[in-house]
Every structure is written in structure tokens, then in C-alpha cells.
Design a binder for this molecule. Structure first.
Ligand SMILES: *Cc1c(COP(=O)(O)O)cnc(C)c1O
Length: 389
């Protein structure tokens, strides 16, 4: 039967254990709950883990990307190249600074930004490119870095999906110029809400740190400690983007468990690949090197020519079977803001459009049990049989 009485399996759920609870309790009992020693420790441990000189912990990946673009000097009249297939954050941070997000198409095989499309979109005004490591797979970074180095264009990576992701013997976080991670509740490690920018550049790190806390020079967070002073100077109109110690406590415990959680997501990915790869009504994304992938998303694409149901119907039927799914993403150029502001047309990014129309993301998170994994596989296979032409 169709899994009646089975509880609904959510698309995503955080993996919180006693280790996280203990670390958060310790932060609460320490008497210091805003930015402090745990945040500093989280920054140092995270930066070391990805091989970067600096880590700046903030309250979202969106904040990290905004700070990164501000630090490199993006402003009105500048252009920043962004893939059409991404989340709202990647485009809006460009607008925060009055610059223009120039959308480019993706590669159908893995939904990462197309380096040839970047090359065509580069102009004298291009200040930065924001590659998105879609789903946890690193973008094709060699040509992207080469194109950008030649023209003095900064590479700010949107690594919201990409911890821990490897690329060419390195960790994402020490590949481009600035890398921005997300610790939102659904991401591979979480602080509830949170983010981190990593970079090797001292000047950008310093600027991001200052701007993350009101533009106050030098260790603003220390002003209430014994080492600190009541006196401070505002050097720029900054933002309120700092991460607090309660969130950092969660982050420290999650960071210590990152490999264990990745190992479980790999098992889930292997199971899905084994179950679906030979089915010709579904298409899977090219994972590249399996072990370099963070496995944040598991995206399947329906082949409409092989099916009597479209993607929307498939998602509805999975929901009826108690399985939560999601879609990553409605491409930016289809949204009213981008259409109205920049006159984009759906056909402007045909690959992103076609991939979007056929994609859905299946649950892949470390807390999923074997039984829940079996339920997803059986439900998808049952619907493929039901809707096969
Ligand atoms: C989740 C996400 C973000 C934003 O992360 P926040 O921490 O919620 O700001 C940015 N880019 C992509 C691709 C994402 O999926």
C-alpha cells in the first residue's frame, strides 16, 4: 500500500545531538552569550579546516557575501556575474551595493555556472564573479580563476552548499579570493542561522570584521571584557552581522561532527544513485568525484518525454506518499523583480530554465534512517512505474 499512517518525512532536518546541547549549555552557563570566545574559536577552527588564513563568522551567508563584495569595493556602476540558477541571496547582495547582477547560464550536467558564459558576460565593469557550488559540487574553478585573474576580477564563492567540498586537492574555502558559507538550519552544518567568510587577504578580512559590527575599529566585541576599553571609533557605517557565542557553540559541535554527518549523506547518495541510475525516465546530476562532493542536495530530473506526469505532479504525488521534496531553484531571471528591473525573459537562460522545469531535490540529511531512505526510494520507483509512458 501507499505508506498510509507513515509520518511525513520532511525534506530537511537538523542533526542535533547531546554534543550540540552540551556546548550550547556551556555557552549559556559561561555568562557570555554574544560574540566572544566561542565565536573566535569557531572562526579559527573553521578557517583551519578549510585551509584559509581568516574566518569571519557572521549571522548568515547572505551577510558574508554582502561583506565580501563591500570589502572588495563593489559599488554603483559595477557588474557582478551570478549564475541564473541560484538562491535569492546571491543576486540581492549585489543590489545592496547598487551594482548590477549580470546573470549567466549554467551547465546542464551539474547545474554549476558555465565558464564559457562567464567569458561572454565579462566587461570592463565586471568587478566580481560569484560561482555557486551547486548542491555541494565544486564549480569548474580552473577556467573561472584563470579568466578572473587575467582581468583582475575577484572570485567570491557562494559555498552555502559546499562544506565540506574538495576541489583539486584543496578544500572549498581556500580556492577563490573570498568564500562564503551558510549555517542555515537546512545546510550541511548549522548554527540555526549563521555564516562564515574565509579569505587569505588580511585587508579584506579586516574590512569584513569591522563592517560586520557597526564599522567600529578594532575588536569591538571586546569592549565589555577586562581587556577591552569603553572607547571606540566608528570608521564606516557598518552593519550588525556578528555571530553570537550561542550560535558558535552549536557550530563548534557541528564542525566536530561534520565528517560523520557527511559519511551518512554519502550512504544516502550511494543508495539513490544505485536505485535510480539505470532508470531512463530520470536523469541524475554528474557528481564529479563522489568523495569531493558535500552531498548537500540530491537532485533528480524527470525526462518529460518518458513520463505522463510533470515535475509539479510528481512532487504532489510524493507528498501524498509522505515524502517532502524541494526545488533548487526557481532561476533568478524568472522572478518579477529581475524581470521588471532588468527586462529578463525566460528564454534568456535556456539551460537554467529547462533544468529548473524538470528538477526536484530528494531528502538527504544525516538524521534520515534506513527505513526513511527505503521509503523515499520505493515511493520514487512506484511513481516512475505509475507515470511511465
Ligand atoms: C542557503 C543559501 C544562501 C543563503 O544562506 P543564508 O545563510 O540563509 O544567508 C545563499 N546561497 C545559496 C545557494 C543558498 O542555498
Amino acid at each position: 500500500m501507499h505508506g498510509q499512517a507513515q509520518p511525513f518525512l520532511p525534506f530537511a532536518a537538523p542533526d542535533i545531538t547531546a554534543a550540540e546541547r552540551d556546548e550550547v549549555m556551556a555557552a549559556l552557563q559561561s555568562g557570555w552569550i554574544t560574540t566572544g570566545p566561542r565565536t573566535k574559536r569557531f572562526e579559527a577552527e573553521f578557517a583551519a579546516r578549510v585551509g584559509a588564513k581568516h574566518g569571519i563568522a557572521v549571522n548568515s551567508c547572505t551577510a558574508a557575501m554582502h561583506l565580501a563584495l563591500e570589502a572588495i569595493g563593489v559599488g554603483p556602476g559595477d557588474e557582478v556575474i551570478v549564475p541564473a540558477m541560484t538562491f535569492a541571496a546571491t543576486g540581492e547582495v549585489v543590489r545592496y551595493l547598487g551594482a548590477k547582477p549580470v546573470l549567466v547560464d549554467i551547465k546542464a550536467g551539474d547545474h554549476t555556472i558555465d565558464p564559457d558564459a562567464i567569458e561572454r558576460a565579462l566587461s570592463a565593469r565586471t568587478k566580481a564573479v560569484i560561482p555557486v557550488h551547486y548542491g555541494g559540487k565544486a564549480c569548474d574553478m580552473a577556467p573561472i580563476l584563470e579568466l578572473c585573474r587575467e582581468r583582475n576580477v575577484v572570485v567570491v564563492e557562494d559555498a552555502a552548499h559546499a562544506f565540506p567540498t574538495r576541489w583539486n586537492g584543496r578544500s572549498v574555502g581556500s580556492v577563490g579570493d573570498v568564500t562564503c558559507f551558510s549555517f542555515y538550519a537546512t545546510k550541511t552544518i548549522t548554527t540555526g542561522e549563521g555564516g562564515m567568510a574565509t579569505t587569505d587577504r588580511d585587508d579584506w578580512a579586516e574590512r569584513m570584521r569591522i563592517m560586520s559590527l557597526h564599522g567600529i575599529s578594532k575588536d569591538a566585541w571586546k569592549r565589555y571584557t577586562a581587556e577591552g576599553s569603553w572607547y571606540y571609533e566608528i570608521v564606516a557605517p557598518g552593519f550588525k552581522y556578528n555571530m553570537g557565542d550561542i550560535a558558535a557553540a552549536l557550530g563548534l559541535a557541528q564542525l566536530a561532527r561534520a565528517d560523520e554527518m557527511l559519511a551518512r549523506r554519502r550512504e544516502i547518495a550511494r543508495t539513490y544513485i544505485g536505485a535510480f541510475e539505470s532508470d531512463d525516465s530520470l536523469e541524475l546530476l554528474d557528481p564529479g568525484c563522489f568523495d569531493h562532493h558535500a552531498w548537500h542536495l540530491f537532485v533528480v530530473k524527470l525526462r518529460p518525454e518518458a513520463m505522463t506526469a510533470d515535475r509539479a505532479r510528481f512532487i504532489e504525488e510524493l507528498k501524498a506518499l509522505g515524502i517532502g521534496t524541494s526545488v533548487h531553484f526557481v532561476p533568478l531571471h524568472l522572478h518579477p523583480y529581475y524581470r521588471n528591473t532588468y527586462g529578463y525573459h525566460p528564454a534568456d537562460y535556456p539551460v537554467a530554465l529547462r533544468c529548473y522545469e524538470r528538477s526536484m531535490s530528494l531528502p538527504i540529511y544525516s538524521k534520515m534512517s534506513d527505513n526513511e531512505l527505503d521509503r523515499v526510494v520505493s515511493a520514487v520507483l512506484e511513481l516512475l512505474r505509475r507515470f511511465r509512458r
